[in-house]
Ligand binder design. Structure first.
Ligand code: TMP
Length: 220
């Protein structure tokens, strides 16, 4: 699955890190600047992915086996890559994806303890050689992250999407540590953004990372 052209941007972060707001702000700015933008999300994206998302995040599915969970995240990803991401990149668009394989590396690989190798092997199956051009990791301390995620679930989503948020504090700590290790391993691709600031400051920090790539990428 080779492709060139387009620009593939992914966002990562613990729940409540402000990804949703920042993805919207980046998309709006890119569109103002005249780029064609495709926004997608994982788990989710195309309708089949959205159906898989429901299974993954339903708090009723407490007995979901960690391996089944891992495969479902990749099932959603394979569909998103084939149906949405690769066609958009081939058409020279900017793709902004809320989470990608890095989420599986840290949540299932580190958080669930399934290890990095199995995640990398499944990435090959689901995505081939596709990798993000840049990954913006929105870093926030654990307490703020859990507080925001809880508030969000109570006010907007209701309990319907809370299965992952219901994990232990140790799980969420392992996830954040996993992200910081990942960023240290791949500093060229994974950029750490301090998401503890106000939205406008974070937006500007993100733009400073993305703008140089737009100049060199074959978009527009
Ligand atoms: P979201 O709330 O950012 O849409 O993400 C849904 C939840 O799914 C979130 O708790 C992170 C989790 N997740 C994984 O555990 N593994 C993955 O591969 C992905 C994409 C998300």
């Amino acid at each position: 699955m080779t492709r060139r052209g387009g620009l593939f941007i992914t966002f990562e972060g613990t729940d409540g890190s402000g990804k949703t707001t920042q993805i919207r702000l980046l998309r709006e700015r890119l569109m103002r600047e005249g780029y064609e933008v495709v926004e997608t999300a994982e788990p989710g994206g195309p309708p089949i992915g959205v159906q898989i998302r429901r299974i993954l995040l339903d708090p009723a599915n407490q007995e979901l086996d960690p391996r089944a969970e891992l495969l479902l995240y990749f099932a959603s990803r394979a569909q998103n890559v084939a149906e949405c991401i690769v066609p958009a990149l081939k058409a020279g668009k900017v793709v902004v994806c809320d989470r990608f394989t890095d989420s599986t590396v840290v949540y299932q690989g580190a958080g669930r303890g399934l290890g990095q190798e199995v995640v990398e092997a499944l990435h090959q199956v689901a995505c081939g050689t596709l990798q993000p051009d840049i990954t913006l990791y929105l870093d926030i301390d654990l307490e703020t992250s859990l507080d925001r995620a809880r508030q969000r679930n109570e006010s907007q989503a209701g309990p319907a999407e809370s299965r992952m948020d219901d994990q232990s504090v140790e799980f969420h700590r392992a996830v954040r540590d996993g992200y910081l290790k990942l960023a240290a391993r791949e500093p060229g691709r994974v950029r750490v953004i301090d998401a503890g600031h106000d939205a406008a400051t974070v937006e500007q920090a993100i733009w400073e990372q993305v703008a140089p790539l737009l100049e060199t990428a074959r978009v527009r």
